[in-house]
Design a binder for this molecule. Structure first.
Ligand SMILES: *Cc1c(COP(=O)(O)O)cnc(C)c1O
Length: 389
């Protein structure tokens, strides 16, 4: 019997090693892994470059307190700000810590400019920002908050895609609107560019901060460094995590100089956040992702992958309802039961994972090879064909 708490319904499979897009099970089977730790292993398993970087750092120093200067962190923060809207970065260890920190930054900004009553965060109903006690109430999901009362206050909600509901929910107390540029867990729901632009306009007009949660869709996953870049807007605060560590736990919140002004000495902290090992992982990931042509290669692979999936959808329109997503954050919305479909794919040696709205999520590493995409297409086709018969 496992001594691990039963808060997960784990598949009966374990892995002894991984290499690139593949995982090798303890029972000797080889799987094409298009989960990649849920968009975490952005450069695949056992990436030689990442191994080298971590090995090198592990022989120097693992952890020092944030009471001291951490040069690896200085470098990672500088690189993140040079490539993005942000002026400042604060490192955390996970996505939910990053979203919580983002909320704190927003609240503290208004406090610091003498508007402490402007302190409510407006989120999309049934979104996902992580699992801490505040983040679950930010999601507005009944399932996630059940039994975890009393309700954490300070969050309001509007319906995805419902602009009336958004406008109605904004009050003089709204400090920030927080949403994912692409809603991952909820079913790979892409917020259209024009909606993001409208959102920015509304925020400007009402003097509200815009927090775009790029924990899942950021760091190249969308085919741009950040998914919101397709809309040409600039957010005020962006929490990141998942892909930035390439498999090493690492989160951060990026922000503009304006909003950073509230976060004075002592306003936030994290013992582990930004330690040298994590920073080396982050820097190594950026070395690869910032390479010339890397984003273009993701976009090209994405176009190919999505067009092949759409062909399957056309052929098996009674099984697959819709192909969704952007970059290598791809979803297949099914008519058939998603759990059964995922199981069948796994029996055929392709690993995928569920998302909301009966969607299966396909998350290859960003350096996936065309031949591996072709292999997955073959498997998905085969499983669809089995349904037909
Ligand atoms: C995964 C995720 C989180 C939470 O990240 P953890 O590292 O699991 O805490 C927050 N926001 C979004 C959009 C995510 O996809």
């Amino acid at each position: 019997m496992s001594s691990l708490l039963k808060n997960y319904n784990r598949r009966k499979i374990a892995f002894k090693k991984g290499k690139g897009s593949f995982l090798y099970s303890t029972s000797g089977k080889k799987y094409l892994d298009f989960v990649q730790g849920i968009a975490v292993n952005s450069l695949g398993h056992a990436n030689p470059y990442l191994i080298k970087a971590l090995n090198k750092q592990s022989k120097k120093v693992w952890h020092v307190s944030n009471a001291f200067i951490i040069p690896e962190g200085e470098r990672l923060a500088k690189r993140l700000t040079q490539k993005t809207f942000a002026d400042y970065v604060m490192f955390q260890n996970s996505g939910t810590e990053a979203t919580e920190a983002a909320i704190k930054v927003a609240k503290r900004y208004f406090y610091s400019i003498g508007k402490p009553k402007k302190n409510r965060i407006l989120c999309i109903k049934n979104s996902f920002h992580g699992r801490t006690i505040a983040a679950i109430f930010a999601s507005g999901s009944k399932k996630m908050t059940e039994g975890f009362g009393p309700k954490v206050g300070g969050f309001d909600h509007f319906e995805f895609g419902n602009h009336q509901s958004l406008k109605k929910a904004i009050t003089s107390k709204t400090a920030a609107i927080m949403c994912e540029s692409v809603m991952g867990e909820s079913g790979i729901k892409v917020i259209p560019d024009w909606c993001l632009r409208e959102l920015r306009k509304i925020c400007n007009k009402k003097k509200i901060l815009l927090i775009l949660d790029e924990v899942q869709c950021g760091i190249g996953r969308s085919g741009n460094f950040f998914a919101y870049e397709y809309s040409n807007i600039k957010p005020d605060i962006v929490p990141i995590a998942k892909g930035i560590g390439g498999g090493f736990p690492l989160g951060a919140v990026l922000m503009t100089k304006k909003v950073a002004s509230g976060m004075t000495v002592g306003s936030h902290g994290s013992t582990f956040g930004g330690n040298p090992l994590a920073m080396s992982a982050g820097n190594a990931v950026l070395d690869q992702i910032f390479k010339k042509g890397f984003m273009k290669s993701i976009q090209k692979k994405s176009r190919y992958f999505i067009s092949e999936l759409k062909k399957i959808q056309k052929q098996y329109f009674s099984i697959i309802k819709e192909v969704r997503g952007v970059g290598l954050l791809i979803g297949l919305q099914l008519y058939e039961d998603q759990t059964k479909f995922i199981k069948k794919l796994q029996e055929n040696k392709l690993l995928t994972i569920r998302a909301g709205e009966n969607v299966i999520r396909i998350l290859p590493p960003l350096n996936v090879k065309k031949a591996e995409i072709d292999l997955s297409i073959k498997i998905i086709k085969k499983v669809c064909k089995e349904y037909k018969n």
